[in-house]
Design a protein around this ligand. Structure first.
Ligand code: 4NP
Length: 155
């Protein structure tokens, strides 16, 4: 059975769609499934933000077909690994956990680059295009480490 990874942010239109597309591109599709969700409900059914689609395209990734959805408690059962973008996402997700096993699945994504530092991926929604470049670079580097770890562990 495929190993399942979920990327979580607030809106599921800026950061987590990028994280989903980037990580999926680094893992073999027959062994891993990558999805994303938002803790908020504003963007259910929406396409990713145009600026996320554009920065992905610049890096040869097509995330335009993704659709926003909200994180739900059953995601703890469906997914093996849950990566959140910032500490506020972490708190919102943990509130829905049923047991310590659920909590153990949730990691701050940039801890893959800066262990135990709990650095946030900044929310680029209200900023400039520049913010999306920075977010892309951070996520790309974090996903390199995640892909390496997961392939070593599961293949
Ligand atoms: P994201 O960015 O969490 O990276 O998808 C946001 C997008 C939209 C909103 C907040 C954050 N919003 O409040 O609509």
């Amino acid at each position: 059975m495929a190993v399942k990874i979920l990327m979580v942010c607030l809106g599921n239109i800026c950061r987590s769609p990028l994280a989903e597309g980037i990580l999926a591109s680094k893992l073999p599709k027959n062994k891993f499934t990558v999805d994303s969700a938002g803790t908020g409900s504003w963007h259910i059914g929406h396409s990713p933000d145009k600026r996320s689609i554009a920065i992905a395209k610049k890096n040869n990734l097509d995330i335009s077909q993704q659709k926003g959805r909200q994180f739900k408690t059953t995601d703890f059962d469906t997914f093996d690994y849950i990566y959140v973008m910032d500490s506020s996402n972490y708190n919102d997700v943990i509130k829905l956990a049923k047991n310590p096993e659920d909590i153990a699945k949730v990691k701050m994504i940039l801890n893959e680059l800066f262990p135990n530092e709990n650095v946030d991926v900044p929310d680029p929604y209200y900023g400039t295009t520049n913010g999306f470049d920075l977010v892309y670079k951070m996520l790309d580097e974090a996903c390199n480490n995640i892909a390496q770890k997961l392939t070593t562990k599961h293949i």
